[in-house]
Ligand binder design. Structure first.
Ligand code: ZN
Ligand code: FE
Length: 253
């Protein structure tokens, strides 16, 4: 199975999983981008996975269903999302027809309350929950929910490939460097990402091991992050309070 990015809008990636001529896409915000990719690579769409209800992840569903009759469209139990054929929740397993793999569903509330992640082989599709070097904004959930969701992702095996939905990496790393100016792994990764972007290449997928080394939102219990947060003057009684303070800092960065 191959996993390739389809670029959409300014900075979205619609991940396309394919095997032979069968394809699934994750979070098709744009049907046009997906249809062009399928045509170019002579692929047949066999299904859609949705992580959460935001338009940039769902707006392509209807046109893709019109183009490929009877495909499964799998996502969270949220009536706001039009065109789903099956609702799933944490712990459910979904066979991906034509790919010969199974997606295991994780609940990842925080960015939105309905947010799901999908683990497929050694990859995780985490939508707008974990980004490389950062995490999603808290539009609906609490800091405690998001911290819990990020902890569940960081507990995956270190070599798990992280497929996020946005290319936010360089902006996230600018913030990460302000939080941890002495993190050498972060500095090295930042140089690598700058080279990638200068060449027009995605910085994704990342890995869980890489994110645990460089992403401040997964590092709220490390001395470096605790030290930087102590200078913000916020109350830092526990991991969730530190996560909340770090997220507020990033929102104003
Ligand atoms: Zn979103
Ligand atoms: Fe998004």
């Amino acid at each position: 199975m191959l996993i390739t990015p389809i670029e959409a809008f300014n900075d979205n990636y619609i991940w396309c999983l394919h095997q032979d001529n069968a394809a699934w896409v994750v979070d098709p915000g744009s049907a046009d981008a997906v249809l062009a990719h399928l045509r170019q690579h002579k692929l047949q769409l066999r299904g859609i996975l949705i992580t959460h209800h935001h338009w940039d992840h769902t707006d392509g569903i209807e046109a893709l269903r019109n183009a490929f009759a009877a495909i499964p469209v799998i996502g969270p139990d949220n009536p706001v999302i039009q065109g789903l054929t099956r609702n799933v929740q944490a712990g459910d397993c979904v066979g991906l027809d034509g790919l010969g793999v199974t997606a295991e569903v994780m609940a990842l509330p925080g960015h939105t309350l309905d947010h799901l992640g999908y683990c497929i082989d050694n990859a995780v599709f985490c939508g707008d929950t974990l980004f490389s070097g950062g995490c999603g904004r808290l539009f609906e959930g609490t800091p405690a929910q998001m911290h819990h969701s990020l902890s569940a992702l960081s507990a995956l095996p270190a070599d798990t490939l992280v497929y996020c939905t946005h290319e936010y990496t360089l902006a996230n790393l600018a913030f990460a460097s302000a939080v941890e100016p002495n993190n050498e792994a972060l500095q090295e990764y930042q140089r690598w990402c700058e080279t990638q972007r200068a060449a027009g290449v995605p910085t994704l997928p990342s890995t869980i091991g890489q994110e645990c080394a460089i992403n401040p939102f997964l590092r709220v219990d490390t001395d470096g992050v605790i030290h930087s947060l102590s200078q913000t003057g916020e109350a830092l009684s526990d991991s969730v309070a530190r996560f909340a303070a770090l997220r507020r800092w990033k929102d104003n960065f």
